[in-house]
Design a protein around this ligand. Structure first.
Ligand code: FAD
Length: 304
C-alpha cells in the first residue's frame, strides 16, 4: 500500500483521469494530470494464471478504456464483463467505485467479479494485487475505494456469459398515467424474479425536439430484457442472498419469460404517448440506453 504521505499527494500534486465521468471532480488537480485514455485495450484470456489465481476465462481491460471499447471487443464472442449501463463511462472509476451494470442483478457488481488488478503504486512500483496474495489489502481497498491507492493499469474480471440478445421497450407515458406508472413500477420491483429483466423510469425535462432545444416534462419508462444464456428465469450464478456461488436455488428452473410476459403488468392501464421496441446484440445495448439514462438534468429512478 502507498504510505499516507505519498497518497496525500494525490489530488494536490497529481491526479489521473479515466473516462472522465466522475461527478465529484475526483480526477482534478492543481498539479500534473495523467490521462489514461490511450490505455484502452481489452482481451479475452482463457486458462489464465494471474499470480496465485487461475481462471478459465477472464476479461482484461486497461484502466483508461470506456465501456463501449470493452463491449465492442467482446460483442459476439459469448463472453463479457459486468460493465456500465452507458458506454461512455470509464472502466477506471466504475471498477474501483463499485460498478453497477445492467447484469449486476444476475452476476453481482463489477467489484465482485474482479480477480486481479495490475496497479502502479505512488512509488512507481508495478504490482499485481489479488484477494489472496501479499497485496490483498490493496485489492480489498480498490474494491470500492476509488482512485486513491494507485493507478490500476489493467483490471481482470472473471468472464460472464454474454446474453444472446437485448430487447428494449421505451415508453413515453401520458401525464394522466404517471401515478399509475409509479404504482406499477413498485409492483414490478416486488414481483420480478428474473435478474436479466429490469426497468427504470425517468421523470424530468427532456428536449421536446432535438433541434428546437425547448424542454418539456416527460415520463419515460425503459424495460430491458437480456436473453439469459441459460434460457432460464434465473441464472445458475444467481440466488437470493447467495449470489455468485454457482448454485441454483430450487424453484428457479422455470423458462425465462418473454419480453411481453415480463412487462405486461408494468404497462397495465397506462396511456402511452409513444412506444418503441428494439432488439439488438448485448454489445450495442449501452449505446441505446445512453440518451435515456436518468442523469444530469433528468431525474430518475432505477430498480434492482
Ligand atoms: C452518464 C453516466 C452514466 C453512469 N452509469 C453508471 C452505471 O451504469 N453504473 C455505475 O456503477 N456507475 C455509473 N456511473 C457512475 C460512474 O461509474 C462513475 O462516475 C465513475 O467514477 C466514472 O469513472 P471514470 O473513469 O469515467 O471517471 P473519472 O472522472 O476519470 O475517474 C473517477 C475517479 O476514478 C479514478 N480512476 C479513473 N481511472 C482509474 C484507474 N484506472 N485506476 C484507479 N483509479 C482510477 C480517478 O482518478 C477519479 O478519482 C455513470 C456516470 C455517468 C456520468
Amino acid at each position: 500500500m502507498p504510505d499516507a504521505a505519498s497518497s496525500s499527494k494525490l489530488g494536490r500534486d497529481l491526479a489521473f483521469v479515466g473516462g472522465g465521468h466522475g461527478q465529484t471532480n475526483a480526477s482534478s488537480t492543481t498539479g500534473l494530470l495523467i490521462d489514461l485514455s490511450w490505455m484502452n485495450s481489452t482481451r479475452i484470456l482463457h486458462n489464465v494464471t494471474l499470480g496465485d489465481v487461475k481462471l478459465t476465462t477472464a476479461i482484461s481491460y486497461q484502466g483508461g478504456a470506456i465501456w463501449k471499447q470493452v463491449t465492442d471487443y467482446t460483442n459476439g464472442t459469448g463472453f463479457t464483463a459486468v460493465g456500465a449501463r452507458v458506454g461512455n463511462v470509464g472502466v477506471g472509476g466504475f471498477s474501483t467505485g463499485g460498478g453497477i451494470g445492467s447484469l449486476a442483478g444476475a452476476y453481482g457488481y463489477a467489484i465482485d467479479r474482479l480477480r486481479a488488478l495490475e496497479v502502479v503504486l505512488m512509488s512507481g512500483k508495478v504490482v499485481l494485487a489479488t484477494k489472496t496474495n501479499q497485496y490483498s489489502d490493496l485489492f480489498w481497498a480498490l474494491q470500492g475505494g476509488g482512485g486513491q491507492f494507485g493507478i490500476v493499469t489493467t483490471f481482470y474480471q472473471e468472464a460472464i456469459p454474454e446474453p444472446r440478445s437485448s430487447e428494449f421497450g421505451i415508453w413515453i407515458v401520458a401525464r394522466d398515467s404517471w401515478a399509475r406508472a409509479r404504482q406499477n413500477t413498485v409492483k414490478f420491483f416486488d414481483s420480478n424474479n428474473d435478474p436479466f429483466s429490469l426497468m427504470y423510469y425517468s421523470l424530468g425535462y427532456y428536449p421536446e425536439h432535438l433541434t428546437s432545444g425547448s424542454l418539456t416534462i416527460t415520463m419515460v419508462i425503459v424495460g430491458i430484457r437480456f436473453a439469459d444464456p441459460h434460457g432460464q428465469s434465473a441464472s445458475p450464478l444467481y440466488s437470493h442472498g447467495n449470489r455468485g456461488n454457482g448454485t441454483r436455488p430450487s424453484g428457479y428452473h422455470t423458462k425465462q419469460k418473454t419480453f411481453n410476459e415480463t412487462f405486461s403488468d408494468l404497462l397495465d392501464g397506462l396511456v402511452l404517448k409513444k412506444a418503441s421496441r428494439y432488439k439488438l446484440p448485448y454489445g450495442q445495448a449501452t449505446e441505446l440506453s445512453a440518451p435515456f439514462f436518468p442523469y444530469g438534468y433528468r431525474r430518475g429512478f432505477w430498480g434492482p
